[in-house]
Design a protein around this ligand. Structure first.
Ligand code: BES
Ligand code: MG
Ligand code: ZN
Length: 492
């Protein structure tokens, strides 16, 4: 899709998106001739249309014997506009234009938005590419309509910053769509081995290095927690290690990103009830987020050093599978009583985190995981839960969240609840009981971060959507890519 800024309105425009403020006048607007102004006025009057935030409508008119589509879109008050609002307004405009089978779309914002130019370009590209995404590779005859080009009409402004934003927004969106593709892939196709292959392909394409450890190596490394989770599957677990050194001189600043990579989660012997299991191909959403982030930061050539680790496994039921009551020894040496085989994510994460700290010598670690139903119960589908032992790093994440529009909410890392993880027969048990499940899951992981700066992001609620809306298509959201890329950018 072509996305650019233009100073000229061509003679014939097939589709014009007119974005306007509530209660603002139509007098003296650039690119709006008397004829269009009169048509807008009469349509607005006849339909009693207001340009309040998110309002949209459309009409067609004949212009020198050619059909023209006009899409009207309200922003409310310019002063209330922010990047998230604009992203969602834009995305809904593109969806509307798409449903009207537009090919070339010209966009006229009748006011100077209170948003800096780089961000304007960024959300323009991001909204276009994210809203156009559809996972249709398994539909035999899907005739999808696609907008070919979007042109933002601007007369006076210097376009340099907007164009830079467009380039960056493209990178963010493409990396997000890469993550979406992986998460949407069903588990009969996406297993620990093929997830490693996908990561390899991304490494080659985007320019970061990768190493895959298979069974023998995992055994030698004593990654028994990861191995236990994957025991029930026909496909062995893999450890995927991706490295990007954008700042090789600063050897002491290495950030580890650890993504949960359960290619399917049946719950194991603590079997999930049917309806809770259906969406569990998305249990590698954290893994997809870190792969997408690596792709984005390598393309942006960020001056940061990052190692991304995925402990990929499939949580299945079989004669080989681990059982409730099993006691396993994690790579770190701590023993764990498995009281619920469905609390498997944390087991894979702690071995991956220990590997990141011990073998890769990471200085700080961020893990991202579709970890608990409790996070979904607490925050619903619009927020990811975050917990951290480091307030300044968390503050940076909150700013990254504002920039990216991927919303987070902090939960307390409440030390006294560690009591709930005490076992009678091992160092820890893998569940903390019915209360505060999102917090006890984080506290469990926190036992393995060696007091290094650490952020935990539970994306269980945000990883998939079952409603198409704005930038979100059906299925995977690719959540985490834009958030983590923005975070790493602030750490340059
Ligand atoms: N993958 C699930 C968490 C999940 C739930 C992700 C809903 C997306 C949507 C995770 O492995 C899990 O099963 N967690 C258990 C933990 C419990 C047994 C302590 C849960 O949340 O029920
Ligand atoms: Mg589970
Ligand atoms: Zn899981």
């Amino acid at each position: 899709m072509k996305i650019d800024v233009t100073r000229k309105l061509p003679e014939h425009v097939e589709t014009l998106v007119f974005i306007h403020e509530e209660d603002a006048s139509l007098e003296g607007l650039e690119f709006v001739d008397e004829e269009l102004k009169a048509e807008l006025e009469s349509y607005i009057k006849a339909e009693n249309f207001s340009f309040s935030y998110g309002k949209m409508s459309s009409f067609t008119r004949m212009l020198s014997k050619k059909r023209q589509v006009i899409i009207l879109c309200g922003v409310g008050k310019n002063a209330d506009l922010n990047s998230s609002r604009l992203r969602s307004i834009f995305a809904n405009c593109w969806r509307k234009a798409n449903s009207l089978k537009s090919h070339q779309v010209y966009v006229l914002m009748s006011f100077e938005p209170v948003i800096n130019d780089v961000i304007l370009g960024h959300v323009l590209a991001e909204s276009a590419l994210l809203s156009a995404y559809k996972f249709n590779k398994y539909i035999s005859s899907d005739e999808v309509h696609e907008i070919e080009s979007i042109h933002l009409l601007l007369s006076t402004k210097n376009t340099r910053h907007i164009n830079r934003g467009i380039l960056e927004g493209r990178i963010y969106a493409e990396a997000t769509n890469l993550a979406r593709d992986m998460v949407n892939e069903p588990a009969n196709i996406m297993n620990p081995e093929s997830l490693a292959d996908h990561a390899k392909k991304a490494a080659l394409q985007y320019g970061f290095s990768i190493e895959i450890h298979s069974m023998d190596k995992l055994k030698r490394l004593k990654m028994d927690a990861l191995l236990a989770v994957g025991k029930g599957s026909k496909v062995d677990p893999r450890l995927i290690i991706m490295r990007y050194s954008g700042n090789p001189d600063k050897k002491n600043q290495l950030t580890a990103l650890v993504g949960k990579g359960l290619t399917f989660d049946t719950g194991g012997y603590s079997l999930k009830p049917g309806p809770s299991m259906v969406n569990m191909k998305s249990d590698m959403g954290g893994a997809a987020a870190v792969i997408g982030t690596m792709a984005a930061i390598a393309t942006l050539k960020l001056k940061v050093n990052v190692v991304a680790i995925i402990g990929a496994a499939e949580n299945m039921v079989s004669g080989e599978a681990y059982r409730p009551g099993d006691i396993i020894t994690s790579m770190a040496g701590k023993t764990i009583e498995v009281l619920n085989t469905d609390a498997e994510g944390r087991l894979t994460l702690i071995d991956a985190i220990h590997y990141a700290l011990e073998k890769e010598k990471a200085d700080r670690v961020l893990d991202i995981a579709t970890l608990t139903g409790a996070a979904v119960a607490a925050l619903g589908h619009d927020f990811s839960a975050v917990l951290s032992n480091n307030s300044s790093w968390l503050h940076q994440l909150k700013e990254a969240s504002d920039f990216s529009g991927e919303m987070i909410w902090e939960m307390p890392l409440h030390e006294p609840y560690k009591e709930l993880l005490k076992s009678e027969v091992a160092d820890l048990k893998n569940i903390g009981g019915p209360l505060a499940g999102c917090i006890t899951a984080a506290l469990f992981i926190g036992e393995f971060v060696q007091d290094k700066p650490w952020i935990h992001i539970d994306i269980a609620g945000q990883a998939t959507k079952d409603k198409i809306n704005g930038i979100y298509s059906y299925g995977a959201t690719g959540v985490g890519v834009r958030l983590l890329t923005s975070l790493l950018r602030s750490m340059e």
